[in-house]
Design a protein around this ligand. Structure first.
Ligand SMILES: Nc1ncnc2c1ncn2[C@@H]1O[C@H](COP(=O)(O)OP(=O)(O)OP(=O)(O)O)[C@@H](O)[C@H]1O
Ligand SMILES: [Mg+2]
Length: 228
């Protein structure tokens, strides 16, 4: 069921909201260090698939395995611990904590894992340099541009040394130039750290940065790895 060598795999996921089927037999997998673009029309189930894979919502049926362990067999506490320790997240907007400075935002996953402030902020600054936003460390998210904010969000997702980054329309609120730069920096940094990326997008130019594309239509993911 799980494609050989995959890090995170979903098989035959189903999820219904009331009478609306959001996922209707979706299968998916990603390998370590691989960037997969999840594409498809609005309402097709992309975000629902991503939220299931990340353990944020529970599918009605189907299985999800991370590194050979089934998410549904874990307790809520184990799933939260997994999310904190091996998953990173980048969303379209609103994910930065407005009261914290940019460097404090990037350091947050490390602080939550018990890293001391000084060490967490040193690591945070290293990632901010990689994402070319080291000069805005002491600003708050409300004082930076959209593109800078997304690069801070990417730095934060990477700072906790995740194995998988989930990105839902990470460039959706940016102009094309800024969007391309964010994608370039995100995929370069992820590949060099061997981090897998599950990237939801409906923009072909964003998908151009992926290793592989998966199309979701009517709640079904068409993943060539799963083509029977
Ligand atoms: N919390 C929810 N409550 C009820 N229905 C939902 C909920 N979330 C999603 N849906 C429905 O499930 C279906 C899939 O939604 P989903 O958000 O996964 O689509 P999407 O592919 O991410 O779309 P978009 O490109 O617009 O973000 C849609 O019909 C949507 O209306
Ligand atoms: Mg969506």
């Amino acid at each position: 069921m799980t494609p050989a060598g995959s890090l995170l795999a979903a098989h035959d996921l189903r999820k219904t909201y009331g009478s609306t089927p959001a996922l209707d037999g979706a299968s998916f997998s990603v390998h370590p260090g691989e960037v997969v673009a999840v594409m498809g029309p609005s309402g097709s189930g992309k975000s629902t698939l991503l939220h299931c894979l990340a353990g944020i919502i529970t599918p009605d049926s189907g299985t999800i395995t991370y590194d050979g362990r089934e998410l549904s067999a874990m307790s809520d506490a184990e799933r939260s611990a997994l999310r904190r320790s091996v998953f990173g997240f980048v969303f379209q907007f609103g994910q930065l904590v407005p009261e914290l400075t940019c460097v404090e935002n990037v350091a947050l996953p490390l602080r939550l894992n018990g890293t001391r402030r000084k060490d967490a902020e040193r690591t945070a600054r290293t990632w901010m340099e990689r994402l070319e936003v080291e000069d805005i460390g002491s600003k708050r998210p409300g004082e930076v541009s959209g593109g800078q904010g997304q690069r801070v969000a990417v730095a934060r997702a990477l700072a906790g040394s995740p194995k998988v980054i989930f990105a839902d329309e990470p460039t959706g609120a940016l102009d094309s130039l800024n969007g391309e730069r964010v994608m370039q920096l995100l995929t370069e940094a992820a590949r060099s750290a061997n981090v897998a990326v599950v990237l939801v997008t409906h923009e072909a130019r964003v998908a151009a940065y992926s290793d592989r594309d998966v199309t979701v239509r009517d709640g079904r993911a068409r993943d060539l790895e799963h083509a029977a």
